[in-house]
Write a protein that binds this ligand. Structure first.
Ligand SMILES: C[S@@+](CC[C@H](N)C(=O)[O-])C[C@H]1O[C@@H](n2cnc3c(N)ncnc32)[C@H](O)[C@@H]1O
Length: 187
């Protein structure tokens, strides 16, 4: 099986068209932001959040290297997503990505946190347009990771089937320590 990041990209590619709006809730090293920026193209818009300046610098470098200018980098907590994303995009967002955990090659003390993640995903689900997709990759190896993954699963299981289709992690091929991919499509 390809890595979960690639699996998430495959799912998202189907939902994103040129000119769309997308959100990277955890910019990190900028791989996902760059992917989204390429998918939406020059007429689209990407908003990318991170709470670490180092992550936003790396993301900026990656975007600059590819000449991508359609991204707004936000030095903000993703739990503030509904206030930070301009109202004209509410209900219009094609894709939201969460790649949880800590910044690879950075400060492993700064990780996403279950309570903020749940607030952010709740906000993100409201921002999606019909047929918009949200993906979450959760890691269980770091402190709090297992609880965070469980909180994400609880939240997504609670969503109304009439409003969202939820794809839960593939437990058949997973071990207790494997990362977990969740994908949600708005009806
Ligand atoms: C696994 S990395 C993301 C990887 C990234 N998507 C990429 O393509 O390289 C997780 C990132 O989440 C960020 N983060 C942690 N808590 C956050 C929060 N409350 N809001 C936004 N970003 C947060 C961390 O600083 C870290 O850079």
């Amino acid at each position: 099986m390809p890595p979960l990041t690639e699996q998430a990209h495959v799912i998202l590619r189907r939902a994103i068209r040129a000119g769309d709006t997308a959100i990277d809730a955890t910019a990190g090293n900028g791989h996902d932001t760059t992917f989204l920026a390429r998918q939406v193209g020059p007429t689209g818009a990407v908003f990318a959040f991170d709470v670490q300046p180092a992550a936003l610098d790396r993301t900026r470098d990656r975007l600059d290297a590819e000449g991508l200018t359609n991204v707004t980098l936000l030095y903000r907590d993703h739990a503030e997503m509904s206030e930070v994303i301009p109202e004209r995009h509410h209900g219009q967002v094609a894709a939201v990505m969460f790649n949880l955990g800590y910044l690879p090659g950075g400060d492993a003390i700064v990780t996403t946190r279950g309570d903020r993640t749940v607030t952010a995903i709740t906000a993100a689900l409201k921002l999606l347009r019909p047929q918009g997709v949200l993906t979450v990759i959760a890691y269980v190896g770091h402190a709090g990771g297992l609880d965070e993954a469980a909180a994400v699963e609880r939240l997504l299981r609670e969503q109304k089937r009439t409003e969202f289709t939820v794809q839960l992690p593939d437990t058949a091929s997973a071990t207790a320590t494997s990362p977990r991919l969740f994908a949600v499509t708005k009806q």
